[in-house]
Design a protein around this ligand. Structure first.
Ligand code: HEM
Length: 404
């Protein structure tokens, strides 16, 4: 198994190609976890994510004592949030997922489309009149949060608090951030518990009401289950969509021929969204999978409890599946990208994320037909954090003459 360098954030294509070529399994160093095996080919990632007889997402099955110890040290109200369905296997995972699946199916999301467009249009107005023109700050960050708050039925006037609390999660994975994260989680917990009480007494048609009343025979979700679920929705559904949107806008500005193709033919919207997810989907890797027994996988011997991760960004550039994988082709079909993972933990919010990006593609160039980057591309700053490809800011101007 080769040890391979982490791809460069500014220009990941050569690094991703190296990962695929050195695959199907390579070693790479990631913060907190250390050096860990990654599956980098499309076929290998699909097998890893689908095989829940050999792999578990539950940290309790892992050998990494450092992480298990660290989780045990966390205060209860933080630990509750980490015990969500992404960390559960088999029956327990299916039990939790079943309770929330309906709200995120394609049909349910389609019913939200007009509302998503209206929220996006309002945010684009704010962006258009802002001084800094930062698309991340004015549109890409608030949009996913506003949409989740709306689905949960949280009051409009509470949103600024949420924006403030969630900001603690957007600032990288350093240990020095932990007190801030703890403070924010405590406030989010307290706020949500109060909403549970309200919706128990007076249910509405929002997702919190559905979850606090959810029952399957005798089975009910506990407050801890609902808290963990909502924590996961906020964390899994926020940054991921923010950075998909800003990465996509930058990519389109850098590929003017493809952008013109899309603007001339709005019917390309569906394939364009999938191609942008493949090409610049912000989630580069999955959570670790832990082996449930000693076994050989993809020709490599593994020990029980060892962690393996799927490198989705590499798999999405695998030439065995995608012709000319480094070319952006907004009409690409078929497009079996793995941006949303695969198997039992396939992203719950896939349709919602797609609807949000589609709304931006539909509206942004209507607001600003001459949209341009507001700074030279070399001045854009990418985050250093492993696993997510994220721009700190994306200054845009409405006129090419004012931009670079
Ligand atoms: C571009 C946006 C998004 C991307 C690229 C993305 C990607 C992913 C990936 C790769 C996974 C699987 C992780 C693993 O197997 O370790 C996942 C799971 C999940 N995602 Fe997303 N996600 C996005 C948006 C959302 C949104 C908007 C929501 C909800 C509001 C959401 C909710 C979830 C949940 C709940 C899971 C866990 C599902 C389970 O364990 O069954 N995601 N996502």
């Amino acid at each position: 198994m080769h040890t391979v360098a982490v791809p460069d954030k500014h220009d990941p294509a050569p690094g991703l190609a190296r990962l695929v070529a050195a695959g199907p399994v390579v070693r790479m160093r990631v913060p907190v976890i250390g050096e860990i095996p990654f599956v980098t080919t499309h076929a290998g990632c699909e097998r890893l994510l689908k095989d829940d007889t050999l792999f578990s997402t539950d940290i309790a099955n892992g050998r990494n004592r450092r992480i298990a110890w660290f989780l045990r040290l966390m205060p209860r109200n933080v630990r509750v949030m980490t015990e969500n369905m992404l960390q559960k296997d088999g029956h327990e995972h299916r039990r939790l997922r079943k309770m929330v699946d309906g709200a995120f199916r394609r049909g349910a999301v389609e019913a939200w489309e007009l509302r998503i467009e209206a929220i996006a249009a309002g945010l684009l107005d704010d962006w258009a009149t802002s001084e800094d023109g930062d698309f991340v700050r004015h549109v890409a960050r608030p949009l996913p949060l506003a949409v989740i708050c709306e689905i949960l039925g949280l009051a409009h006037e509470d949103r600024p608090d949420f924006v403030r609390w969630m900001a603690a999660f957007s600032q990288g994975g350093s240990i020095w951030r932990l007190p801030g994260i703890y403070w924010s989680l405590t406030r989010i917990n307290r706020y949500l518990m109060a909403r549970f009480e309200e919706r128990r007494a007076d249910p509405g048609d929002d997702l919190i009401s559905v979850l606090v009343h959810a029952a399957d025979g005798e089975d009910r979700l506990t407050d801890d289950d609902v808290l963990a679920m909502l924590g996961l929705l906020f964390i899994a559904g926020h940054e991921t969509t923010t950075h998909l949107m800003s990465n996509s806008v930058l990519t389109l500005l850098k590929n003017p021929a493809e952008l013109s193709r899309l603007l001339a033919d709005p019917a390309l919207e569906g394939t364009a969204v999938d191609e942008l997810l493949r090409y610049v989907g912000a989630v580069e890797m999955t959570k670790p999978r832990y082996l449930l027994r000693d076994a050989e996988f993809l020709g490599v011997p593994f020990r029980r409890g060892q962690a393996v991760m799927a490198h989705l960004a590499a798999a999405n550039r695998d030439p065995a599946v995608f012709d000319d994988p480094d070319r952006l082709d907004l009409g690409r079909r078929p497009n079996r990208h793995l941006a949303f993972g695969g198997g039992p933990h396939f992203c719950l919010g896939a349709w919602l994320a797609k609807a949000e990006l589609a709304a931006i593609l539909r509206l942004l160039w209507r607001h600003a037909p001459d949209l341009a980057l507001g700074v030279p591309e070399g001045e854009l700053q990418w985050n250093a954090q492993a696993g997510i490809r994220a721009l700190h800011t994306l200054p845009l101007t409405r006129s090419r003459h004012a931009g670079i």
